[in-house]
Design a protein around this ligand. Structure first.
Ligand SMILES: *[C@@H]1O[C@H](CO)[C@@H](O)[C@H](O)[C@H]1NC(C)=O
Ligand SMILES: *[C@@H]1O[C@H](CO)[C@@H](O)[C@H](O)[C@H]1NC(C)=O
Ligand SMILES: *[C@@H]1O[C@H](CO)[C@@H](O)[C@H](O)[C@H]1NC(C)=O
Ligand SMILES: *[C@@H]1O[C@H](CO)[C@@H](O)[C@H](O)[C@H]1NC(C)=O
Ligand SMILES: *[C@@H]1O[C@H](CO)[C@@H](O)[C@H](O)[C@H]1NC(C)=O
Ligand SMILES: *[C@@H]1O[C@H](CO)[C@@H](O)[C@H](O)[C@H]1NC(C)=O
Ligand SMILES: *[C@@H]1O[C@H](CO)[C@@H](O)[C@H](O)[C@H]1NC(C)=O
Length: 635
């Protein structure tokens, strides 16, 4: 025991000695020159890491790693997010990446990701000079210029992270030479042109992220060759054409056991891409159908094909995707009925198929989706009449979107009996009639309620004040009347749209009492609201949009409104507001949209930004307003 301890001490001492020698060692002159050049490019480094870069022993500098056999620099690690004494630190760095970095010819890894303000270009010769590079991470900066063709010469490259910069031009075809590449992340740049077909030669690729660029053309036909791919994200580009059949082509054709012509069993069928778990092709211009063999991508967990122009049926094979947790198909032209096999998606949490041409009836087998939390069927050709009873019995469902589903009659009390408390309910654009029932106040976990565009009448029941979690209330375009319940107790309301109804009063309470001061959007336009806009409105400091247009408000404009300094959009036109525009309106530094037209305002428009920047139309139709941008006032 004692001897071991002694040995350990010697080893430790030796290690310290080696480190000390290393620190004193003068590093390779090209490496030193390269690092000094890099440092000159950095204008500021609040983390202080490059402050240790003095003397000639560059192997001991912070963020620099050397090979202790050759003494050459192998790594530069200065990411924006790092840990110092076990505490995570987020820092930035400004300046320009010096091309002298290409002098460090033994580099295997460069990590300058997340430094926010670093700019410059990738040196065009990087590939010829840094052939040993395994990892290049420049994400989350302000790099610009094109991706150099020479990248294809870095034959050892395994990880390339260039996302969230301002790179332009096309993806160089030479990228297909990087046979060892596992991670290719170019998302959120301004890359254009086609996805090079050569990318399909990257047989070790596990993650391909090209989303949020301006890529055009079709998805490379043989993308299905990428057998190791786990994550494929091409979303938010301008890709067109079909989803390549190679993605879904069968590798092992299923064997079906038949016994006296009865199907008795089937071995699982494997698609070409056995590891693909995340597939995002949404927000493109893809056409064609979702092929039957899509159901063979058996590892899929999260899929979005939303916001394209796909048509045809949802294939029944979708039921094979047993690992699927999220499926987004909204805003396409998918038609026909939902396949009954969907009931096999036992892990499905979110299903969105709104804005398609799906027809009813829904397969009642869907009652087996016991984990489903969010279901959006809005705006299809569903002709429900009532909310299907089995749907309200789904044990995990708490977010229901059934807008534009032709639901008729009164709001049924069944929505109180859902096994999971409702958090979001959207029954907008249906044919709901009658009044909003008092029991609505029992939906105590409700965060968002959208009953807009229906035929609801009467007043809003006082029990709505019991919805203490309510953040979003949209009741616009109904026939609701009476006074507004401004004694509203909900502390979480951020969005309120009661426009286009027949409300008549209650505006005096706005901003008073415990009404939420975090509200950002209020729209009460197109009602018949009379009365005085109170000073208390100035308490709503988070308010960004206030629309009271097309009412009968007849007070002066409260000066205190200027205290609502987050205001971006203020619409008060078509009322009977009198008096002068308060000087306090000059405090609206973020105002982008203003309409005070068609009131009874008079006097000089307070001179200054932002009020002089709006067009004349923002002020026309008043009693006697003058001053820029209208005519000068009479002396
Ligand atoms: C280089 O140094 C590191 C840490 O000091 C040590 O773990 C490693 O074994 C050394 N490599 C060689 C080749 O000496
Ligand atoms: C789509 O990509 C463009 C270009 O990078 C970006 O400006 C935009 O914010 C992206 N949209 C979304 C929803 O991410
Ligand atoms: C999508 O494709 C259609 C027809 O090819 C074209 O008219 C349209 O402009 C494209 N839209 C986008 C956003 O690329
Ligand atoms: C919707 O269903 C109702 C009755 O359930 C029926 O009268 C009506 O014709 C249907 N409408 C459409 C467009 O299918
Ligand atoms: C409520 O539904 C309508 C119609 O479906 C929609 O236009 C509106 O954006 C929804 N409101 C909110 C707050 O999402
Ligand atoms: C307020 O609602 C009206 C009618 O529903 C609509 O036309 C208007 O655009 C809305 N205002 C804002 C600022 O969203
Ligand atoms: C508006 O803000 C000023 C200064 O912060 C304050 O004195 C005044 O009382 C506020 N007015 C209202 C009505 O909140």
């Amino acid at each position: 025991m004692k001897k071991m301890w002694f040995n350990f001490k010697i080893v430790w001492l030796l290690a310290v000695a080696i480190t000390l020698v290393g620190a004193g060692e003068i590093c390779h002159s090209n490496d030193l020159k390269g690092l000094e050049g890099f440092r000159v490019g950095i204008r500021s480094d609040p983390s202080g890491r490059t402050e240790t870069w003095t003397g000639r022993g560059c192997c001991s500098w912070e963020g620099v790693t050397c090979d202790n056999a050759t003494g050459r620099v192998t790594e530069i690690n200065l990411p924006g997010l790092f840990t110092s004494d076990d505490v995570p630190v987020q820092t930035s760095m400004s300046g320009v990446l010096s091309p002298s970095i290409t002098l460090l010819t033994s580099l295997q890894a460069i990590d300058l990701s997340g430094l926010i303000d670093l700019t410059g270009e990738i040196p065009p010769t990087i590939g010829s000079h840094l052939p040993r590079l395994r990892k290049l991470a420049l994400s989350g900066n302000k790099f610009k210029g094109t991706l150099p063709e020479s990248i294809g010469k870095m034959s050892e490259l395994q990880e390339l992270y260039l996302s969230e910069n301002s790179f332009t031009g096309s993806i160089p075809g030479s990228i297909g030479n990087l046979q060892g590449l596992r991670m290719l992340d170019l998302h959120s740049n301004q890359l254009s042109g086609a996805v090079p077909e050569s990318i399909t030669k990257l047989s070790n690729l596990e993650r391909l992220e090209l989303q949020n660029n301006f890529l055009t053309g079709s998805i490379p036909g043989s993308i299905g060759e990428l057998k190791c791919l786990k994550e494929l994200d091409l979303s938010n580009n301008s890709l067109s054409g079909r989803i390549p059949s190679s993605i879904t082509r069968l590798k092992i054709v299923s064997i079906i056991y038949l016994d006296n012509n009865h199907l008795v069993g089937e071995i699982p069928r494997l698609g070409q891409m056995p590891s693909l778990a995340f597939l995002r092709l949404n927000d493109n211009n893809l056409t064609g159908k979702i092929s039957y063999s899509f159901g063979f991508l058996s590892s899929l967990q999260r899929v979005s094909l939303a916001n394209n122009a796909l048509h045809g049926l949802i294939p029944s094979s979708i039921g094979n995707l047993r690992s699927l947790t999220e499926l987004y198909l909204h805003n396409n032209r998918l038609s026909g009925q939902l396949p009954a096999s969907m009931s096999q998606l036992a892990n499905l949490l979110i299903f969105s198929v709104s804005y398609n041409l799906i027809e009813g009836p829904l397969p009642h087998q869907m009652a087996a989706l016991t984990n489903l939390q969010t279901l959006d069927l809005s705006f299809n050709q569903l002709n429900f009449s009532n909310i299907p009873k089995w749907l309200l019995k789904l044990p995990s469902l708490s977010r229901i979107f059934l807008a534009g589903c032709n639901i008729k009659g009164g709001l049924t009390e069944d929505v109180l009996t859902t096994p999971s408390p409702l958090q979001e309910l959207d029954l907008s654009a249906n044919h709901l009639t009658g009044s909003i029932p008092g029991w609505i106040g029992k939906l105590t976990e409700l965060y968002s309620l959208n009953l807009s565009l229906n035929g609801l009448v009467d007043t809003i029941p006082g029990s709505i004040m019991d919805l203490t979690s309510l953040g979003v209330l949209d009741l616009h375009s109904n026939k609701l009347a009476g006074s507004l319940e401004w004694g509203y107790k909900g502390r979480s309301l951020t969005f309120l749209d009661l426009s286009d109804n027949s409300f008549t009063g209650g505006i005096e309470e706005i901003g008073k009492g415990t009404m939420q001061v975090d509200i950002q959007y209020i729209n009460l336009s197109h009602n018949m609201i009379k009365g005085r806009l109170p000073d208390s409105i100035g308490r709503l400091e988070s308010l960004k949009s206030l629309d009271l247009s097309y009412n009968s408000l007849d007070s002066e404009l409260p000066a205190a409104l200027g205290n609502a300094s987050s205001m971006e959009n203020l619409k008060l036109q078509r009322n009977h507001f009198t008096g002068k525009i308060p000087d306090e309106f000059l405090k609206f530094k973020n105002l982008r949209d203003l309409d005070l037209s068609s009131n009874s305002l008079e006097g000089r428009i307070p001179y200054g930004e932002p009020l002089i920047d709006f067009p004349r139309g923002s002020y026309l139709g008043n009693k006697d307003l003058c001053g820029a941008p209208l005519e000068p006032c009479r002396p």
